[in-house]
Ligand binder design. Structure first.
Ligand code: F6P
Length: 328
């Protein structure tokens, strides 16, 4: 707990955008104004702090954005902020406006920056988990995951229709450089036969053996959902092996890509973003500083930024068992 009084808050979005970031910005702005604080938007993540692209926000600055994907503050992965000189410039730009509290909406890379910055320049920072990957520990939800996974499910359902019409095997790649949550959830929800994720070693031989067994019993429509960061190498790699070992199988690859990052946020993402944004300001006001605001078991949960950057959300073993049993 800190008894330092926060009077002016800066808010930024950093790293990959995620649907619901706008709802979070809106909540931070409106809660700050409700408490009589000044609130400033920082453009393009930490770049805006370094380059002094900072503007004062009013209630109307966030009108009509709750339903929009992307982020009105824009986002970036800032190279300058990795250097001390960049962070010092960023601090000077905040200081000249009297900004003495920061809300960073992003993933663990963004929290790393916030942690370093708060330590070096003694500006309290609050992290809000904004990432489609859901790879952050200390929260059951991250802003954008629900929308992204629903986008993936909608797309995979469509692929299943055409797979079924042609008796084809589809290998579908979803996002997740280091995390398999989008693959796991969308794969289970669409009845995929195999789900390959970075958190588990891919046993390609056993995938092939299982497909061969299915081929024998004339089960020709099969979906494999692969996270882009799967250690075996993504959908193209899997397809290469399948085609090599099973030349008679009609296999196609579909890479869903960035459509998973865009679009209007789901109701769940709007709700958690609003709730987390509200609590971010409450944290700054009540002296709960340098934490990530999360939700666990429907209650607010605060993780020190130090821990938020270290711990990854683990894949529950039960899910893996469910995948295996339901796809048999
Ligand atoms: O934001 C997370 C994420 O969408 C990952 O799932 C993906 O690997 C990465 O960002 C892609 O980043 P970029 O848009 O910079 O290529």
């Amino acid at each position: 707990m800190s008894d330092r009084k926060v009077t002016k808050i800066g808010v930024l979005t950093s790293g990959g955008d995620s649907p619901g970031m706008n709802a979070a910005i809106r909540a931070v702005v409106r809660t700050s104004l409700y408490h009589g604080l000044e609130v400033y938007g920082v453009l393009r993540g930490y770049n805006g702090m370094v380059e002094d692209d900072i503007f004062k926000m009013e209630s109307r600055s966030v009108a009509n954005i709750i339903q929009r994907g992307g982020t009105i503050l824009k986002t970036a992965r800032s190279k300058d902020f990795y250097e001390y000189d960049g962070r010092k410039r960023a601090y000077d730009n905040l200081k000249k406006r009297g900004i003495n509290g920061l809300v960073v909406i992003g993933g663990d890379g963004s929290f790393n920056g916030a942690l370093r910055f708060s330590k070096e320049f003694d500006i309290p920072c609050i992290g809000l988990p904004g990432t489609i990957d859901k790879d952050i520990a200390g929260t059951d939800f991250t802003i954008g995951f629900d929308t992204a996974v629903n986008t993936a499910v909608e797309a995979i359902d469509k692929i299943r229709d055409t797979a079924d019409a042609h008796d084809r095997l589809f290998i579908i790649e979803v996002m997740g450089r280091d995390a398999g949550y989008i693959a796991l959830h969308s794969g289970i929800a669409t009845g995929a036969e195999h789900i390959l994720i970075p958190e588990r070693k891919t046993d390609i031989e056993s995938v092939i053996a299982s497909l061969q067994e299915k081929e024998k019993r004339k089960k020709l429509v099969n979906l494999i959902v692969v996270a882009e960061g799967d250690e075996f190498g993504g959908a193209e790699q899997v397809a290469r092996v399948v085609k090599e070992k099973m030349p008679n199988v009609d296999a196609r690859v579909c890479i869903l890509g960035h459509i998973q990052r865009g679009g209007s946020p789901s109701c769940i993402d709007r709700l958690i973003a609003s709730r987390m944004g509200y609590h971010a300001v409450e944290c700054l006001l009540t002296g709960k500083h340098n934490v990530m605001v999360g939700i666990q078991n429907n209650k607010m949960h605060y993780t020190p930024l130090e821990n938020a950057v270290k711990a990854k959300q683990k894949i529950n073993e039960e899910w893996m068992r469910i995948v295996k049993i339901l796809a048999s």
